[in-house]
Design a protein around this ligand. Structure first.
Ligand SMILES: Cc1cc2nc3c(=O)[nH]c(=O)nc-3n(C[C@H](O)[C@H](O)[C@H](O)COP(=O)(O)OP(=O)(O)OC[C@H]3O[C@@H](n4cnc5c(N)ncnc54)[C@H](O)[C@@H]3O)c2cc1C
Length: 371
């Protein structure tokens, strides 16, 4: 039997960020990961480290997101020093483009409310008219009505981030077991046994970080984790000369030069294929935003499944029935990677989640169910 201090179920961006944080704190950690047949949001996402849309009506989420984004540059540097792999992280600020007055008005109201709700954290933003936006991003097209800007937004290469996290975790002595799907958990308070990947693994602590798999795994340790798939489709172009100096919510240029165009939000169950209608709609919007794209060749498009809770917020909880079992899941695992490595891992070691994360506990789902 392989003993560890903590078993982490799931080796995507969430699981490896937490596992890396735990290993950095000197814990013996084993990550059990189902592998390539699983749906894996970490390998199909858009790569934004994004603040400006997060936490509307939930200031706790705004603060948590902001904290992660503030820590991302140091987090990325640390991973690069440890592994030689650059996450490609940049934080030049970001804009959300509006294509008509109605979108702009809605956006403006939303930003004003986020600003109000931020309180002491502060939330600096600007609403930009087309002329001001063109000064910031000269490639913007004539049909754009305006945009919101915050300095807090950025982007990274999610695949390199995942690779760096894996390498850093293993460099610290962590154990990563691929092709290790967990179907059952033998759970007792602070005593968990799992048979996976051809071996029995045991630890006094367990972190569920299996993305869409958390729903079934949560039930095995007394945690209600109502996550569902929400599909997003993304288009990517050939590499181009640097033309976009900052990311926008739906279009960004990667450090390699490709332009990523995203991303839909569809209730499609576990179907992660692409559809011509959605790709067409995304491309139309992209052309209106950046007319230069009419000359760009599309090289690939794909669909991937977000891990979405019923209210869109992360789910962070320790099981009351089986203390020592934690769940960590969210729909913005790139953005929150720094917070998961730097803070969530520490809370697991300390054995308790702090009151400031109470808003993300599963208790809110019980209230919803009772209402
Ligand atoms: C189209 C799209 C665009 C996105 N854009 C952004 C963005 O711009 N910025 C951002 O911050 N986030 C974005 N996201 C969200 C982000 O990708 C996810 O929040 C993040 O990848 C979730 O990581 P995860 O580790 O929880 O899940 P996953 O990446 O799904 O990983 C879960 C892992 O658990 C394993 N697993 C599952 N079940 C089991 C089991 N029973 N036993 C063992 N292992 C198991 C799987 O093999 C998998 O490796 C986007 C997502 C999508 C789909």
């Amino acid at each position: 039997m392989a003993d560890s201090d903590v078993l982490v179920l799931g080796g995507g961006l969430v699981g490896t960020a937490v596992a890396y944080g735990l290993a950095r704190l000197g814990r013996r950690v084993t990550v059990l990961d189902e592998g390539d047949i699983a749906h894996r949001a970490s390998r199909g996402n858009f790569g934004l480290v994004w603040v400006q849309s997060k936490g509307f009506g939930v200031p706790e989420y705004q603060r948590w997101t902001r904290r992660s984004s503030d820590e991302w540059a140091a987090f990325s540097d640390e991973l690069q020093r440890a592994t030689g792999v650059s996450s490609g992280h940049e934080r030049p600020g970001g804009v959300t483009i509006c294509l008509n007055d109605e979108e702009l008005e809605r956006r403006s109201q939303r930003m004003a409310q986020l600003h109000l709700e931020a309180g002491e954290t502060r939330f600096e933003y600007e609403m930009l008219n087309p002329a001001a936006l063109k000064k910031l991003i000269p490639a913007i097209g004539p049909e754009v009505a305006g945009a919101s800007y915050t300095p807090y937004d950025g982007h990274a290469n999610p695949l390199y981030t995942l690779r760096a996290l894996h390498a850093a975790f293993i460099g610290l002595g962590g154990s990563y077991v691929p092709n290790a799907r967990v179907d059952a958990i033998d759970a007792r308070p602070n005593d968990f046994r799992v048979n996976a990947g051809g071996a029995l693994h045991a630890a006094p602590k367990l972190v569920l970080a299996a993305g869409l798999g958390n729903r079934a795994l949560g039930a095995m340790v007394g945690l209600h984790v109502p996550v569902r798939p929400v599909r997003g489709q993304i288009i990517v172009t050939e590499r181009m000369q640097p033309v976009l100096n900052m990311p926008t919510l739906m279009i960004r240029q990667t450090v390699e030069g490709t332009i990523m165009i995203g991303e839909s939000r569809e209730e499609s169950g576990f179907d992660d294929t692409t559809s011509p209608e959605i790709v067409h709609t995304l491309a139309q919007r992209a052309l209106k935003t950046f007319p230069f794209l009419r000359h760009a060749r599309i090289v690939r498009s794909w669909g991937a499944l977000r891990v979405m809770s019923s209210d869109g917020l992360p789910v962070y909880e320790q099981s009351a029935q089986y203390p020592g079992a934690f769940v960590c899941t969210c729909h913005s695992g790139v953005t929150l990677a720094a917070a998961h490595a730097n803070h969530y891992a520490r809370y697991v070691v300390e054995g308790a989640l702090p009151p400031k994360l109470a808003r993300f506990s599963t208790a809110r789902f019980n209230v919803q169910a009772a209402a």
